[in-house]
Design a protein around this ligand. Structure first.
Ligand code: ATP
Ligand code: MG
Length: 660
């Protein structure tokens, strides 16, 4: 038998503010603090402390996390402190468990309906019935808008009044589609992801017996990453709480990165108002990163205007200055990523303590490829490219349709297939989060086929399928322990010794579709999340003619004028590869000229504009402004057939716009 450990041990290595938070074990509490300040650590310590001093039994605690993975880690942390059996769950998982429990007794013994795995299954047929060009709207964007409406509890009949112009199609059309979607779902006897929360909310609102039982089970709550909560989950939380006041929330408004799903930091910032008397603890010290890394993080936040809390203060000793690289082209940048990973490994960092973060999943295959060729192991966190739904669908389509063209004509036929059958069209330029992921993966797949066609003028569909199968196998096999590859969104809450942020290009971060100030601000917060994942080593780079405006803010000229050449100013090291001297300024006139050309050419050929070129392709051409056919060929979406048909005209348009 070991002696019962003293709860005081849980406080020993905490700073005074963290200790205050941990020892405030009853009533409402908000912790609003920057990245790496120990918020997640405080949540677990506080729960352990509350159990040990007898404030609450372990089995009456619910720790709400943002992902299942974070829930698992929370359970591990609690177990490490000697507390097994503390429940940590996402809102959805906790709600689903409650629904499962109550459903049969409330529905004549019937089991809980199946959960709809993807809204697209029901939405796609409805999209096909939309009038005119709207039938090309990517289903996923409509699904995102439905999700946005549902977490805000806006029903179809209220959409026109309350939804505004948020939908990618006119409000009245969307309202009808949303209504039909709900109907189709009800007829199929299914629940979707938000319904899990909606149904639980309605159960607890209407059914006093259920509410009383639920409230008697769990009475003490913490919510991590509360800046990304939404009105629906907030309502659920209120219902779980009932009369209890034991709710602690922690978050960082500067890490709000899920507004596209209806999330808002308002609940975090307004917590003290909604819970009068609630203490609001701020944690100013950062325990994760070197001062050099925090300097970058602070400047990214400051660049967006006022910060909602003070700058992050380092507790760690100095580390190496972050590397900022500009490369001549994407291949040079990938080589730079490999060189850097080898360099930090040589400095003693394990590959598993290294991460490369990207804006969209479709950026990953090129990195996977470069690492495979360099013999560096990696793990894709999240979905692998060939496991993605649209890629599986596209491959199935290719197998079914059996295109008979060869070479460039085959690539062109494949593109038509993607446009006509999978919605890869210029609507994607306004796509929502998943819509962008989807468009980017399909474009990447098209790019692979175009590259194959460029190398083989008699390329057949069988050769394409064989090559894609080979790559799929390689991707599945190569995934092992090693460098972590994931998106910024998935990296939330995590940390590594070394973090590389490649492709800090205008169009990727900020993503092209982010136009309004609030959208750009969210992109800025993504970069802040990315930078603050790193403990000691950080690298940022671009290979675009238009590096990210955020990278510009971190450039040496800026740091000099702000800080003088003095100590502590991050030194910028230009990595191997030809650095780019001048930064091109966004040139809308070139884009406009290209659009005019496309319109005329489409009219002359009697085809829709997207057949000539996608919006994303035109945008990239306007960014890069190629002066030769080979340079134009490197633009995504410019396959051999397009190059032959339109290349000279496009070059002439660029030439003309430049001399105007
Ligand atoms: P994020 O905003 O990124 O989610 P966070 O505020 O939740 O960050 P944690 O992940 O809890 O921060 O803590 C960051 C790191 O600092 C962790 O490795 C944690 O163990 C460590 N840490 C936190 N507080 C202290 C402390 N008082 N002393 C030593 N290390 C600490
Ligand atoms: Mg955290």
């Amino acid at each position: 038998m070991t002696a019962t450990p003293s709860p005081e041990r849980l406080l020993e290595d905490l700073n005074p503010s963290q200790r205050e938070a941990v020892t405030t074990t009853s009533g409402p509490l908000a912790i609003i603090a920057g990245a790496g300040s120990g918020k997640t650590r405080v949540i677990s310590r506080r729960a352990a402390y509350a159990i040990e001093i007898g404030v609450i039994p372990a089995d009456q605690i619910l720790l709400v996390t943002f992902t299942d993975k974070a829930a698992g880690e929370m359970v591990d942390r609690m177990a490490a402190m000697g507390h097994r059996g503390v429940l940590a769950r996402t809102f959805h998982a906790a709600a689903l468990a409650q629904l499962r429990h109550f459903w049969p007794s409330r529905h004549d013994g019937g089991p809980l309906p199946a959960i709809l795995d993807s809204k697209l299954r029901l939405i796609v047929p409805l999209v096909g019935r939309l009038p005119g060009g709207y039938r090309f709207t990517p289903g996923k964007d409509l699904a995102d808008t439905i999700e946005w409406a549902k977490v805000r509890r806006i029903r179809p009949q209220r959409w026109v009044a309350d939804g505004g112009d948020r939908a990618p199609i006119p409000a009245d059309l969307f309202a009808r589609l949303y209504r039909d979607y709900e109907r189709a779902k009800a007829e199929a006897g299914l629940l979707d992801f938000e319904d899990m929360l909606v149904e639980t909310v309605e159960l607890l609102e209407r059914d006093l017996e259920a509410a009383t039982l639920v409230r008697s089970r769990k009475r003490w709550f913490s919510v991590d990453e509360y800046q990304d909560t939404n009105p629906l989950s907030e309502r659920l939380l209120e219902l779980w709480l009932g009369e209890s006041r034991d709710l602690a929330v922690v978050g960082d408004p500067d890490q709000t990165i899920y507004t596209f799903t209806g999330a808002t930091p308002d609940f975090l910032l307004g917590f003290a108002e909604r819970h009068p008397g609630a203490p609001v603890v701020t944690l100013a010290q950062n325990y994760r990163s070197s001062p050099q890394i925090l300097e970058f993080a602070n400047r990214v936040v400051a660049g967006g205007g006022e910060s909602t809390r003070g700058a992050l203060r380092a507790t760690h000793p100095d580390g190496p200055p972050p590397s900022v690289g500009r490369y001549a082209d994407p291949d040079a940048e990938l080589a730079g990523v490999v060189t850097w990973i080898r360099a930090v490994a040589a400095a003693g960092v394990a590959l598993t303590e290294t991460a490369v973060l990207v804006r969209v999943n479709a950026q990953l295959p090129a990195i996977e490829d470069a690492l495979t060729r360099a013999g560096i192991g990696f793990t894709v966190r999240g979905q692998r490219f060939f496991d993605r739904r649209e890629i599986r669908e596209a491959l199935a389509l290719l197998r079914r349709v059996r295109l008979t063209e060869v070479g460039g004509a085959l690539a062109a036929a494949f593109e038509r297939l993607l446009v006509e059958r999978m919605g890869l069209d210029d609507v994607a330029a306004d796509a929502g989060h998943e819509g962008r992921e989807r468009a980017a993966s399909l474009e990447l797949l098209l790019g692979i086929v175009e590259d194959l066609a460029a190398a083989d003028s008699v390329l057949t569909i069988d050769a394409v399928l064989a090559e894609l199968d080979r790559r799929k196998g390689a991707e599945a096999a190569a995934s092992s322990d090693g460098v972590n590859l994931l998106t910024y969104h998935r990296a939330k809450g995590l940390e590594w010794d070394a973090v590389y942020l490649p492709a800090l290009d205008e169009g990727l971060l900020p993503i092209r579709q982010a136009k309004e100030a609030d959208e750009v601000a969210e992109e800025r917060r993504l970069l802040y999340v990315g930078i603050t994942r790193a403990r000691r080593f950080l690298a940022l780079s671009s290979s675009s003619r238009r590096p990210s405006r955020f990278l510009e803010e971190l450039s040496p000229a800026r740091s000099k004028s702000r800080r003088g050449a003095g100590e502590g100013a991050p030194r910028v090291r230009v990595l191997p590869g030809a650095p780019i001297a001048a930064v091109a300024v966004a040139d809308e006139s070139v884009l406009e000229a290209l659009r005019v050309w496309r319109r005329e050419r489409a009219k002359a050929d009697g085809v829709p504009a997207y057949v000539v070129a996608h919006d994303t392709t035109l945008g990239e051409i306007a960014d890069v402004r190629p002066r030769s056919l080979p340079a134009l060929r490197r633009v995504r979406g410019m396959g051999p057939a397009k190059l032959e048909r339109y290349g000279p005209e496009i070059l002439a348009v660029i030439e003309g716009a430049a001399t105007d």
